[in-house]
Design a protein around this ligand. Sequence first.
Ligand code: SF4
Length: 363
Amino acid sequence: MNLTDRINNKKLQEIAGKVCGDIPVSMEDALYMLSTNDILDLGIIADYLRKKWHGDITYYGVNMNLNYTNICELRCPLCAFSCDMHDENAFLLSHGEIEERMNRAVGEGIDEVHIVGGLHPELKLGYFEKMLRIIKRVKPDIHIVAFTAVEYEYFAKVNNLSLEEVFKRLIDAGVDAVPGGGAEIFSPEIREKIAPKKISGEKWLDVMLTAHKAGLKTNATILYNHLETAGDIADHLLKIRALQDETGGFKTLVPLQFHEGNTQVKSKGLSTGYDDIRIYSTSRIVLQNVPHIKALWMYIGDKMAQTLQNFGVDDIGATYHNEKVVHAAGAKTPDYGTESFLRRLIETAGFKAVRTAADYRNN
Ligand code: SF4
């Protein structure tokens, strides 16, 4: 039976027809998908694309999170992680502490380090270059996914360098890929409320363009469940799709469920299961040109991450030793998962678990 014959909902049948013909879906299609209650039909389309890209494989990683400082100039209302310089909880890791953490994590068998931090006004580029070199010295084949677009733009400003130069120096020092954080939601009106001092959505896309031109693969994120509308979500996805058409540099889209604990943003409460399913499925269907859709089990919960494998998701995230950002905002999941725990989430849903890193090397 072909894809459209498996779907009862008339509008979703029409969308399935486009997907089968490799025709990009429209803004109107995205808005429909973000509001439909026919999640089973929606899931059939998302699953078709997921299987087309990856068959029955679901990826996971074994990594460490390295949050080098929580001191940040911006203090975005959406952020529960950041501190001012002299706050009691403020921290800045020394190179010695980073080396010690690396040695411990490498002993536990990690393949990847995921590095993000606040915008600390006194840290110059040399601090980051040394950090990266230490990490590669401890484990030369480690995969380093480091610094959001917001951090790269800040490094360029603080060090009076071009973005191109910043990427060049940090690639030389060891960066292998760029995480997708800082995209939040591109809508200027919503950004003004949740992260008014952060770079604009346009600038975020521009930094990613520069990263892709420098030869780096990057992720993209979308933060949902705060003040955004369905139109804002659809617009965000379409902008990522447009840049991907130009560069092909995005590996993965990571939808992130907003947690409001300890932030200054009041959301509608945690998103519902249907909300999550609509966002992930719609992301898979709009971004036909992006290979991976990742559901971080730590944000969305292990049960929903497992379920989303049938709604377009082919990656459930990693072990995340020492995750700080979403836990500062009240996530109830543990702050690390074991490899056997992740494999169980994948295999007991009938998928084949494949361990990988953010570049999906060897896969
Ligand atoms: S979200 Fe990022 S940029 Fe904003 S305050 Fe938190 S750490 Fe700083």
